[in-house]
Each structure stands twice: as C-alpha cells, then as structure tokens.
Design a protein around this ligand. Structure first.
Ligand SMILES: [Zn+2]
Length: 146
C-alpha cells in the first residue's frame, strides 16, 4: 500500500526515502528533492515547496492538480503543506533516512535482548520515547504534532 520510493537529491550527495499514501499520486508529483547542501543555493518558493530542517521537497503542481480529485481533502487545499502533512508525498518515517537509522538503533538494542530481556524491554520503550523527543527538539516537521 505504501511503497518505498528512494529519490536522489538535486546535487546527488544524498537521497531521501519517500512514501506516497495509498499511491494516490505517482512519484512524478515530486519534481526535486533538495538535501541541506543543495537547498542552500535554492530560492524557496512556498507555492511549490515544503521545507523541513533544510531538506526541501519541490512538487510538480500540475501533477498535483491533475490527480487531486482522488483525495477529497485536497479539493480545497492542494498546497505543498497539505501534500506533505497529509502523507500524500512525505518522508518514510520522521525524516529522510529515518527507517535506516531506526533499524540500526534497534539492531543495537537487540544485542541486549540476548543477555537481559527485562532491561531490553525497558530500554526499547525508553528508546522510542527519547527518540521522538530528540526528533521533536531537532525540529523535524513530522515530530511536532504528537
Ligand atoms: Zn543534495
């Protein structure tokens, strides 16, 4: 249902993993992804772009307009923020690369499970909470709502 789309940034130094909710829009909705390095030289246009901690997604608003009828909530608001916050084209996880970092961190924790299960459960619970709090403080857009 939510396939993973790896999109390379404009300068090619990084890539971001994006998700398209229910595949309502094709990947072509995203015209360019800018990492913190290539977004620096880019003029920000809020009618086509969304910024999240120096990462920028630029949408092809013609594609957005063409497919908007497929999502009722977008009929009145087809802004980049509505597309991103509604999950129609958004990071997989909280930030680009989140799923990779979180898998690695969980793998680290799993080592504990072999020696001390109770402590592992406790650490695992705290890990999730602390992680979300850290991401909220870092300012990631998707960590702000909860
Ligand atoms: Zn870049």
């Amino acid at each position: 249902m939510c396939e993973d789309h790896m999109i390379r940034c404009h300068c090619g130094r990084s890539s971001a993993s994006l998700m398209f909710r229910d595949e309502i829009f094709p990947e072509e909705l995203v015209s360019t992804v800018y990492c913190p390095i290539c977004s620096a030289g880019q003029e920000f246009d809020e009618s086509t772009m969304i910024a999240d901690n120096d990462w920028v997604i630029e949408f092809d608003m013609e594609v957005a307009d063409f497919f908007r009828g497929r999502a009722a909530e977008l009929v009145d608001d087809i802004s980049p923020a509505a597309l991103f916050d509604g999950g129609y084209a958004t990071w997989r996880g909280v930030y680009p690369g989140d799923h990779l970092d979180s898998a690695r961190e969980r793998q680290e924790l799993l080592k504990l499970a072999r020696t001390d299960k109770l402590r592992y459960f406790k650490e695992f619970r705290d890990w999730g909470l602390k992680r979300m709090e850290r991401l909220r403080l870092e300012g990631w857009r998707k960590a702000q709502t909860s």
